[in-house]
Design a protein around this ligand. Sequence first.
Ligand code: ZN
Length: 203
Amino acid sequence: MKIICVGRNYVEHAKELNNKAPKDPVLFLKPDTAILLKKQPFFIPEFSNNVHHEVEILVKINRIGKHIDQKFAHKYYDEIGLGIDFTARDLQSQLKEKGLPWEKAKAFDGSAVIGNFVSKAKFANVNDINFSLKRNTETVQRGNTALMLWKIDTLIEYISKYFTLKIGDVIFTGTPSGVGKVFSDDILNGFLEEEEMFSIKVK
Ligand code: ZN
């Protein structure tokens, strides 16, 4: 399986990192070795002093497809989840400055938290789902899929022009504003509407 991530999909987040809202979705990949194993803590890697949490809505692909029209994109996923795209922001800034690829900052071991999934039928409208992240007791990120620059079905159309989507692939759809540094002993809890989807200890 592969993980396809979308960058700068929420205007407020693009602004907080001084990025312009892009003309097209920004895409990058994470390998399967990036997945944080269930019930394991997240270890801050020694090569970064500034790892950020990015809470994101996840979409799990349930059939193979290429050049998917957005009209039919809804047939390619049944489940919505929540995860974290851990980002070594210090390293990413250096790479961005030099125009280099982001993988070392984005695709390292443990950088992809994939929480629980729920049936999309639970939601009246996938383009109106609230989600949030608590760091310890404080809610640090809040988002709603209505605020995405590119909605889920549009992303599937765009991504599948470049990458064949296969069963089990997961799309990380981008983070809303409020990203910030994680510290050792933090507990990160993610919520889709009111339901807790993951709880991660940072070490
Ligand atoms: Zn992200």
